[in-house]
Design a protein around this ligand. Structure first.
Ligand code: AMP
Length: 366
């Protein structure tokens, strides 16, 4: 249902962050007749190339933020580390979607795990770590192994130490700079999957098919859909996406990363992380689904009805990281490959330069 609060075509969406996610959001918005104004401190932001307007300024520049707010109809973001004060400042002037609860939960691993557990979603055992004693006590409870993670600003395995035994324990806190942290039990998972859910302004929720993710050097390398999980597990994963979106009173697209653990009584899911934004493991939706995750996010924050999440084909998304993207001529020549390049001027090892969606005939699957 389109609500009274719905934007009209021609309205301007303000996006904090100018990376590839902002770029793909702006492309989806343009197709629907909406304009995007990108706010990012980096003058070389890939999203600037495809947006109607840009602001190059720091996230704490109140004059620039005020001018940005005055120029847009709604504000969203493409990264979860938007400073709380920035979101608050903008929220006093324009609707910020998703709202502050999602940001505060996703920015702090302790708040995130606590939120998930309170929502009745299973997570690995976890404890807050502010001292050597805290870490020793938790590791003793977890059988001597665990994953130490900074509470804030961790991504792609950064700010993390895997502790398999006493030899890893020794320098663990120093490795994360003695920052406030949590330690989790080390999960022996079979695979990693993610659920991408969209929630509209009226509370309608639409969930995509569950995706299976493989990492290389802690960075997502491939996502395949359908995931190799049972239909029952896929349904449980979808329910987690729906629950998280509803519990956060969320507007927009979010991702929940999940571990699939196989035990005697079959598959079990443990939630690892919430991303309050469009997500790399949802890029396959651009070419395999009726509405992509980017279109869903734009529809949701514009107060428009969500699109269908129906998937037409099986698909494997491969991230083009660093020099992988130099292969673009070969990928272009593949008949079933859809190439996406982010227009980044400089190739660096570990940098996401683009992705390719390889489409296949649809199989039966979860
Ligand atoms: P994260 O930054 O929390 O997404 O973690 C990065 C990666 O580390 C995950 O994708 C997993 O492969 C691995 N990992 C994170 N937490 C755990 C855990 N508790 N047990 C085992 N592996 C983990």
């Amino acid at each position: 249902m389109t609500t009274e609060r719905a934007l009209k075509p021609g309205a301007v969406i303000g996006i904090l962050g100018g990376g590839q996610l902002g770029r793909m959001l702006a492309l989806a918005a343009a197709r629907l007749g909406l304009k995007c104004h990108i706010y990012c401190p980096d003058p070389a932001s890939p999203a600037f190339d495809v947006a109607a307007a840009r602001t190059i300024a720091a996230y704490d520049d109140e004059a620039a933020l005020a001018a940005f707010a005055a120029a847009v109809d709604v504000v969203t973001y493409e990264f979860e580390n938007v400073p709380g004060a920035t979101a608050e400042f903008l929220a006093g002037r324009r609707p910020v979607r998703p709202g502050p609860l999602a940001l505060s939960v996703a920015q702090d691993r302790l708040a995130e795990k606590t939120f998930l557990a309170e929502a009745g979603i299973e997570v690995a055992p976890f404890r807050a770590v502010d001292s050597d004693d805290d870490l020793d006590r938790a590791l003793a409870e977890f059988g001597g192994a665990g994953v130490l993670k900074t509470r804030r600003f961790g991504y792609d395995g950064k700010g993390q130490v895997v502790i398999r035994g006493p030899e890893d324990r020794a320098g663990a806190l120093a490795k994360i700079g003695h920052a406030p942290a949590i330690v989790e039990g080390l999960v022996g998972f079979e695979r990693e999957v993610s659920v991408i859910a969209a929630r509209g302004l009226d509370g309608e929720v639409a969930v995509f098919d569950i995706a299976e993710n493989d990492h290389r050097d802690n960075i997502l390398k491939t996502t395949r859909v359908p995931a190799r999980i049972s239909i029952k597990t896929a349904e449980a994963a979808r329910a987690i996406g729906e629950n998280v979106a509803a519990a956060l009173d969320y507007v927009g697209v979010l991702a929940v990363e999940l571990f699939v653990v196989v035990g005697e009584d079959g598959e079990r899911l443990l939630a690892n992380e919430i991303a309050p934004r469009v997500h790399n493991s949802g890029h396959w939706t651009e070419d395999a689904c009726h509405a992509s995750q980017f279109e869903q996010h734009i529809r949701a924050i514009a107060g428009w009805p969500l699109g269908a999440t129906v998937r037409y084909l099986d698909v494997e998304m491969e991230n083009l990281i660093g020099a992988d993207a130099d292969d673009w001529p070969r990928i272009l020549a593949e008949p079933a490959a859809k190439l996406h390049l982010y227009g980044k001027a400089e190739t660096r090892p570990g940098r996401k330069m683009g992705h390719v969606n390889r489409l296949k005939t649809k199989s039966r699957g979860a």
